[in-house]
Design a protein around this ligand. Structure first.
Ligand code: HEC
Ligand code: HEC
Ligand code: HEC
Ligand code: HEC
Ligand code: HEC
Ligand code: HEC
Ligand code: HEC
Length: 331
């Protein structure tokens, strides 16, 4: 009893879980807003004469909200005065809390990083909620599935960088959107990479373990281009995308890198000697195979130099980010 009542007091105000009573109260209060602002609400609004066309564009999703970062908050924590009644007050929007109101310490840090970011010139157009929908987003450290983290975080960047319409809304005048696949033509399997790693893995400076992800987006001269940064035993993915998961897995299975192994076949990433031998063995066998194949070609072709061979091969094949590279390297 004593412990149970002490424990919440020891946690910071933000981390404290809601008691069942608090949660019930919170959900009942939010249900008032959802009675209009949800798919169900739109179908059966609690009163007549609403502008349903407008409302259709203003729906929220209760299930998503209760999994997002702000799941414990009342809608009215951020949507302050003016929304309790409908029609809402004409100036209600102006009193909506900003991110900085509640996250001043983090926001200060982030704003300093943003000033050095490629988007710095767009500071009046790109603000926190441009990238973070406060009703949807779930911080990576609180998610368990790397595929979901990647999908969520890349949706933010691709939302602009893979859409002419959205890009044009933010870009300086006349600036055309360069196709994202062309910019990364040097990366084999680009679309697979978009599903497996985040843009921010390569486009932000590395930070110390436990620190917040940097919001300084790096331009091309500073972005990560070295394959071995990820495809090696000391993969930075361990301290980035997988940093939370590896620990969990470690505790659960006592096996250091099974997450990396399971999601991406990175030779040498495991500390399990048998698996290492198997992976390296398979790799070596493949290399030997390739070597023997290459040697055979050199012997039969005589004077052809490797450079010539490469460039003619490149010309002959249609340029396609998703060609046989994959099988060559990883079997
Ligand atoms: C009876 C239905 C109804 C309820 C209940 C309701 N809303 Fe609305 N809300 C609307 C409609 C309809 C609009 C579209 C604009 C308009 O008609 O005022 C809207 C617009 C909004 C907007 C965008 C308006 C703007 O200023 O740009 C926000 C934000 C909002 N509501 C938040 C809330 C919150 C928070 C609650 C709960 C405290 C809530 N609403 C409860 C019907 C409702
Ligand atoms: C952490 C703060 C926060 C909480 C909690 C929050 N909202 Fe919002 N909401 C915002 C902000 C900020 C915006 C404006 C976003 C923008 O300007 O792009 C917004 C926008 C909206 C809009 C208008 C969307 C639009 O496209 O213009 C609606 C409707 C809305 N919220 C409803 C709700 C409902 C319902 C809840 C509770 C389930 C809720 N919000 C909880 C911060 C919050
Ligand atoms: C009314 C206060 C309030 C406002 C306004 C607010 N937040 Fe939060 N936010 C919180 C609280 C409280 C938590 C922690 C919830 C928890 O611990 O479960 C949180 C958690 C988060 C998290 C998860 C990371 C972490 O440190 O736990 C992110 C990311 C976040 N907020 C971003 C934003 C952004 C972006 C905005 C502006 C669109 C915003 N918040 C506006 C109160 C707020
Ligand atoms: C250009 C898009 C963009 C902008 C602008 C942006 N963020 Fe982020 N933010 C992201 C992405 C992507 C992540 C990675 C998500 C993660 O790690 O959970 C993130 C992560 C975060 C995190 C969690 C970091 C961590 O490692 O725990 C917080 C908190 C946060 N943002 C707050 C803010 C605030 C506050 C602002 C405005 C001052 C802001 N962000 C502006 C894209 C953006
Ligand atoms: C709201 C739209 C938007 C979002 C979201 C966004 N960007 Fe951008 N980004 C732009 C625009 C517009 C430019 C061009 C800026 C300029 O030319 O001044 C740009 C420029 C860049 C550049 C420099 C390239 C150049 O042409 O100067 C990089 C790198 C970049 N963004 C990466 C990212 C990453 C990574 C994310 C996700 C964390 C992201 N962006 C999210 C709109 C966006
Ligand atoms: C594997 C690392 C990696 C990943 C993942 C990655 N990028 Fe890049 N990106 C780079 C490198 C390196 C360059 C510079 C290429 C060059 O030298 O031409 C670049 C170039 C760019 C540019 C042009 C930059 C400029 O200054 O002109 C943009 C915009 C961009 N990336 C956005 C993104 C977005 C959006 C994503 C996520 C969908 C992403 N990148 C994912 C490494 C990466
Ligand atoms: C930011 C980390 C990162 C960087 C940098 C990176 N990769 Fe990857 N790469 C991955 C991840 C994660 C996968 C996902 C593998 C999967 O899903 O099986 C992957 C997949 C691949 C695949 C497909 C493997 C398969 O099993 O299908 C190839 C080939 C590949 N990368 C080659 C490269 C090359 C070549 C470079 C450098 C030009 C590079 N990668 C840079 C993280 C990275």
């Amino acid at each position: 009893m004593v412990l149970a009542s002490l424990l919440p007091a020891l946690l910071s105000a933000q981390e404290r879980p809601l008691t069942p009573e608090q949660q019930e109260k919170q959900r009942a209060a939010n249900a008032e807003c959802f009675s209009c602002h949800s798919a169900e609400g739109l179908k059966a609004p609690p009163k007549e004469g609403l502008d349903l066309k407008k409302l259709r564009g203003l729906l929220q999703h209760p299930e998503t909200f209760y999994q997002a970062d702000h799941q414990k908050l009342l809608c009215t924590k951020c949507h302050n005065e003016g929304y309790d009644e409908h029609p809402h007050a004409a100036d209600a929007r102006e009193s909506t809390s900003t991110c900085t109101d509640c996250h001043s310490k983090k926001a200060n840090l982030i704003e300093a990083q943003f000033e050095k970011s490629v988007h710095a010139d767009l500071a009046d157009k790109i603000t926190c909620p441009t990238c973070h929908d406060p009703h949807l987003m779930r911080v990576a450290s609180k998610q368990a599935d790397p595929a979901r983290i990647v999908a969520q975080d890349n949706r933010v960047c691709l939302g602009c960088h893979d859409s002419d319409e959205q890009f044009a809304k933010f870009a300086p005048e006349k600036k055309q959107r360069p196709p994202i696949d062309d910019l990364h033509a040097w990366l084999p399997n680009t679309r697979l990479h978009w599903k497996a790693v985040r843009c921010v893995e390569c486009h932000t400076p590395e930070v110390a373990a436990g620190d917040m992800l940097s919001h300084q987006i790096l331009a091309k001269d500073k972005a990560e281009k070295d394959c071995l940064t990820c495809h090696s035993a000391s993969s930075t993915l361990k301290t980035r995308l997988y940093r939370h998961l590896v620990k969990e897995e470690q505790q659960r299975l006592g096996f250091a890198n099974s997450v990396i192994l399971a999601t991406s076949y990175v030779p040498g990433a495991t500390r399990h000697p048998l698996l290492d031998t198997l992976v390296l063995g398979a790799f070596a066998a493949m290399l030997l195979g390739l070597l023997a194949h290459g040697l055979g070609r050199v012997l039969t072709r005589g004077k052809h130099r490797p450079e010539e061979e490469k460039s003619t091969e490149k010309k002959a094949e249609p340029r396609d980010g998703d060609n046989g590279q994959n099988g060559d390297h990883h079997g």
